[in-house]
Design a protein around this ligand. Structure first.
Ligand SMILES: Nc1ncnc2c1ncn2[C@@H]1O[C@H](COP(=O)(O)OP(=O)(O)OP(=O)(O)O)[C@@H](O)[C@H]1O
Length: 344
């Protein structure tokens, strides 16, 4: 999998330009506005429309002064969760990348209440898009583009930021989609910042305080409590398996089956095989809703090879984000449409 093509990069977009609407202040340095609670109530029309929720937050539709839509993520009020809000705020204030959700503003009472105003992503999260009963099937070329854009975001936080960042919770519900199905990584509440490649558990014990999301958690992390970039690559590998198979990473409705276990025989075959893997085997794993779509089976094999390496154990065998993005560029011709922003 060591394919080292010169990688296509997205241009980093400028910072937010929406006008300040608050006496609390707009920072020309960050391009981000600090809002008062009155502003927050006005932006969300008193929290009238809930558009999402997570373990630590509720997300509401908001309208900026320009009438553009935005999403307000209100963290649950508590001293402990305030730290998660501050972590996410501090990280988003520093990140600018087309495949990472943009911070437009925030509210912070400096005690235990915080909210983030984010760009609004109208197609919601990838998990819903892949696994809802909707008749609209995400085409293959959008799936490979989403994988590529996700790994570009990961490459940015792992390799381009100072200090570097481990996201810590790469999963399909943390991948948001814009109207053209471009992907944006969100939710930095589990992130680790400021290390070269690894973060030891802060207590020094082997006790794992951050368990992660079922179906996505790196078994090596569960065993050792050591957070590293490779755990993000594990989560990325699981998302790639979801994109290829259309199956959920963790089937709560079923018997708690995990996609990595379902895929394990195929993954071993791919890693062990010195010859090309049989097409029927690969097609058997492919999302059946895609069969009528135009799918290049070699591209499916490339995606599965990437997934196999990303979820392989030990972590030292997993590729870096830049290696994966180079491989995808080299071996996935469908990515050539990227940059055109075409609709599904
Ligand atoms: N900017 C946005 N635009 C549109 N929808 C969003 C936006 N941000 C979040 N959402 C929706 O809200 C959901 C939860 O968001 P997020 O993952 O940031 O919350 P969380 O509390 O950190 O969740 P978790 O339980 O994963 O930690 C997302 O999966 C998505 O459906």
């Amino acid at each position: 999998m060591a394919c080292f093509l010169k990688c296509v990069r997205f241009d980093v977009t400028p910072t937010i330009t929406d006008k300040p609407t608050s006496k609390e202040g707009y920072s020309a340095v960050t391009g981000v506005t600090r809002y008062s609670w009155d502003d927050v109530e006005a932006l969300t029309s008193n929290f009238s429309r809930l558009i999402g929720s997570g373990g630590y937050s509720s997300i509401y539709m908001a309208r900026l002064s320009s009438s553009a839509k935005a999403a307000l993520k209100v963290h649950v009020s508590s001293h402990r969760l305030y730290k998660i809000f501050k972590l996410e705020l501090d990280i988003l204030l520093r990140l600018q990348h087309p495949n990472i959700v943009k911070l437009l503003g925030y509210f912070d009472d400096s005690e235990e209440n915080g909210a983030l105003l984010l760009e609004y992503l109208p197609q919601g999260n990838l998990q819903e898009k892949l696994h809802s009963d909707s008749k609209q099937v995400l085409p293959w070329r959008n799936r490979v583009a989403i994988a590529f854009q996700l790994v570009q975001a990961i490459e940015h936080i792992h390799e381009k930021c100072i200090p570097q960042i481990v996201h810590g919770d790469i999963k399909s519900s943390n991948v948001l989609l814009d109207k053209h199905f471009n992907s944006k990584l969100c939710d930095f509440g589990s992130a680790k910042v400021g290390f070269s490649s690894m973060v030891q558990p802060s207590s020094g014990s082997r006790h794992v305080t951050m368990v992660g999301s079922p179906g996505y958690t790196d078994p090596h992390y569960l065993r050792t409590g050591v957070a590293s970039k490779k755990m993000d690559m594990y989560g990325f590998g699981v998302v790639v398996l979801e994109l290829v198979s259309g199956k959920e990473a963790f089937s709560a409705a079923g018997n708690g089956e995990m996609l990595v276990h379902v895929a394990a025989p195929l993954m071993h075959e791919i890693l062990d095989s010195s010859v090309d893997i049989a097409e029927e085997y690969v097609r058997g794993f492919l999302d059946p809703r895609l069969l009528r779509d135009c799918v290049d089976i070699d591209e499916v094999k490339t995606m599965l090879s990437v997934a196999a390496l990303c979820i392989s154990s030990p972590p030292s065998l997993r590729p870096s984000a830049s290696q994966v993005s180079e491989t995808l560029i080299q071996k996935i011709p469908s990515l050539s449409f990227l940059g055109c922003g075409k609709r599904v």
